[in-house]
Design a binder for this molecule. Structure first.
Ligand code: ADP
Ligand code: ASP
Ligand code: MG
Length: 422
């Protein structure tokens, strides 16, 4: 007998029929003799719909109220799933993040889990229940307020609870058969990756592959939780994410995959005085509003001596408060103006083998050139090349790079079972 944590994403529980289907799978796992904890996301696109609703009320909703609103999505699915599991003759109890002992810091909207105290879950399991936990939420114990973990946060709940309970495996059920060499919605010929190390998966997730939330992979690596990403719509084995073995390092591919991110925006600060300290002033102001900076480029102007332009990318959600921060320091720092552009996308090529293979960059940029795609920003690390391109060329860029690195599968196309890709 083992302890299994199963997480079902929004597209796996998008309506009553889907919830019943998931319940059948959950009940069957318990009937095979396992202890089962289920973490569930909000139904379908509920979280986006709740955000739209808040947006129709006010442009700047209170972060506290927004978190209370959003946690409602996961509460709906947890209770419905508990009812559906009971229908199969298996006892089930649902718990909010707070009840499940998911303790976070006080940062509304993107709280970090600081501890998991799963006493009630243990008790529920010991009494023969399937325990069903609302994903994506926790509690800040100081204010006793509910918090959310950031988009895709149910993955993190699942891995954190698996770590807290010492589960044998954390299964992430979604609408595709595993982790692929690119998003199969964009590249139908992407290949399924059978095994990935935490490091490879971290890099893909950090570059925007939303199949697993970045923090869930960080958590998994820290506590050594084996993660199995698979489809709730099929019985196919998916992708195992775990520690690397000797064998892996011998067989490791040069490239693990191509990731993309549509959620970034670019800010360009024009005519910044080219003297020591201006970049420090700018990024101090940006840090004060907790914006998450990604790529940074500075171009010294040949035509306007003594002045430079600084561009950087950040998540769109951080855009408004960053622009306000820049407005506040504009006079003191003395730059001329700034521009905001949310019509960009980022595409990244990821692979640990890149550092020992010359010519990767040349091939990468040739693929973009041949597809007629202009590069706006570049950033690299030892195991990654990322570029910002126009948002409407992002899908073409992903396909061009995927093909250029011979990642296409020759045995058929990946199945996308459900979901809207929103
Ligand atoms: P869930 O609702 O189950 O949490 P998500 O929409 O958050 O599902 O994540 C699953 C989606 O991630 C897939 O439908 C796919 O479009 C997207 N995706 C992005 N990159 C990848 C990748 N490398 N492999 C598989 N899926 C990916
Ligand atoms: N419902 C939340 C979201 O849409 C959390 C999740 O699905 O993981 O981001
Ligand atoms: Mg998700």
């Amino acid at each position: 007998m083992s302890l299994i944590v199963q997480k079902y994403g929004g597209s796996s529980v998008s309506n009553a029929a889907a919830i019943k289907r998931v319940a059948k799978r959950v009940a069957a796992t318990q009937q095979q003799g396992h202890d089962v904890v289920v973490v569930v996301s909000a139904m379908g696109d509920t979280t986006d719909e709740l955000l739209d609703l808040a947006g129709a009320i006010t442009h700047e909703p209170s972060q506290r109220e927004l978190d209370i609103l959003l946690t409602a999505g996961e509460r709906i699915s947890m209770s419905l799933l508990a009812m559906a599991v009971a229908n199969y003759g298996v006892q089930a109890q649902s718990f909010t993040g707070q009840q499940a002992g998911v303790i976070t810091d006080a940062v509304y909207g993107r709280a970090q889990i600081i501890d998991v105290v799963p006493h009630r879950i243990r008790k529920a399991l010991d009494a023969g229940n399937v325990a069903i936990v609302a994903g994506f939420q926790g509690v800040d114990p100081i204010a006793n307020d509910v918090t959310t973990l950031g988009r895709g946060g149910s993955d993190t709940t699942a891995v954190a609870i698996a770590a807290g309970l010492g589960a044998d495996v954390c299964e992430i059920y979604t609408d595709v058969d595993g982790v692929y060499t690119a998003d199969p919605r964009i590249v139908p010929t992407a290949k399924k990756i059978e095994r990935a190390t935490y490091e490879e998966m971290l890099e893909l997730a950090a570059c925007g592959a939303k199949i697993l939330a970045l923090r869930s992979v960080e958590y998994g690596r820290r506590y050594g939780v084996p993660i199995h990403v698979r489809s709730s719509f099929s019985q196919s084995p998916g992708t195992y994410v775990s520690l690397s073995t000797q064998e892996d390092s011998v067989e490791a591919p040069i490239i693990s995959g191509v990731a993309h991110d549509r959620s970034e925006a670019k800010i360009t600060i024009v005519d910044v005085p080219d003297v020591p300290g201006t970049a420090a002033d700018i990024f101090a102001a940006v840090a004060e509003v907790s914006a998450n900076i990604d790529m940074i480029v500075q171009n010294v102007s040949a035509a306007r001596p003594g002045l430079t332009d600084i561009s950087f990318t950040l998540p769109e959600g951080d855009g408004k408060r960053t622009l306000s921060a820049l407005r506040r320091i504009q006079g003191d720092v003395g730059f001329a103006s700034f521009q905001y552009d949310d019509q960009i996308g980022k595409v990244s090529l990821v692979g640990a083998g890149m550092k020992s293979h010359p010519g990767v960059s040349a091939r990468f940029f040739a693929a973009l050139r041949d597809a007629g795609i202009n590069v706006e920003m570049i950033s690299t690390s030892e195991i990654r090349i990322s570029v910002a391109v126009r948002a409407d060329q992002l899908d073409d860029a992903v396909r061009a790079i995927h093909t250029a690195f011979d990642l296409d599968s020759h045995d058929g196309e990946a199945t996308v079972y459900a979901g809207t890709g929103r």
